[in-house]
Write a protein that binds this ligand. Structure first.
Ligand code: GSH
Length: 234
């Protein structure tokens, strides 16, 4: 059985990382059996220093996009087979928008808005004994700040980051329109990826701030997220 190495649930959502939600949700929808190994310590043995990664028949695959590619090649393309070439191109561009841009907007809100610091430290480092929890939290905050600056998102003002995030949300809302899923009546990897990030913005109530409020103003995205959550929750 496939072993999925992730962080673990946050509230009612299967993981605190949108990339881990993506992989787990893909396997659920594709009917692929797996077991989860949830622990932030998995980062230590993660081949690329990030989660998720999977282990299947002795093979280790890291990064959500390579994991989905491997699952499609090994177990059949049960999720995206119905997409036209144009839909596949649109899905690819939107998935990159979510993974490479909107993700960092969410990370900024969670890690760099001062009012979320206490809740983040409690949720992510609260189980670690004192004083190790303080040391690990201090290092993690420094690492995230450096990473978000190196990405470039961290160079913008809070207001500019909100604008960039809202442009992505608007694009998602416009593409979804009144449809059940982004390409009609059947879910695809884009729906799964969108659920990964929207679950963090809309369903996880621990973190607060303008981007979380903004996401909740798009009624079709909110309805989509709750609908998808009902479909895939354990
Ligand atoms: N491109 C990777 C991104 C994975 C990623 O950024 N994971 C984050 C959690 S959301 C992580 O493990 N961060 C830990 C770190 O950078 O130390 C994927 O698609 O799986």
């Amino acid at each position: 059985m496939i072993k999925l190495y992730n962080f673990g649930p946050i509230g009612d959502v299967c993981d605190a990382s949108p990339f881990c939600v993506k992989v787990e949700t893909y396997m659920k929808l594709a009917g692929i059996t797996y077991e989860t190994y949830s622990d932030a310590q998995n980062l230590r043995k993660a081949p690329k220093g990030k989660l998720p990664f999977i282990e299947d028949n002795g093979k280790v695959i890291a990064d959500s996009s390579f994991i989905l590619k491997y699952l499609k090649e090994t177990y059949g393309d049960k999720i995206d087979g119905h997409l036209s070439a144009t839909d596949q191109a649109i899905a690819h561009a939107f998935i990159k928008m979510i993974d490479e841009n909107l993700y960092w907007v969410m990370i900024h809100a969670r890690w760099l808005l001062p009012h979320n610091k206490e809740v983040l430290n409690r949720l992510f480092f609260g189980a670690i004994p004192f004083p190790l929890n303080k040391l690990i939290a201090f290092k993690a905050h420094g690492d995230v700040k450096q990473n978000i600056n190196k990405h470039g998102m961290g160079r913008h003002s809070d207001q500019e980051i909100l604008e960039l995030g809202n442009a992505d949300l608007l694009a998602l809302a416009n593409l979804l329109g009144a449809k059940t899923y982004f390409f009609g009546e059947q879910p695809s990897s884009l729906d799964i990826t969108a659920y990964g990030i929207l679950s963090q913005l809309i369903l996880v109530s621990d973190f607060t701030g303008p981007i979380f409020d903004q996401a909740k103003t798009y009624k079709n995205l909110v309805d989509f997220t709750y609908r998808f959550h009902e479909k895939v929750k354990s």
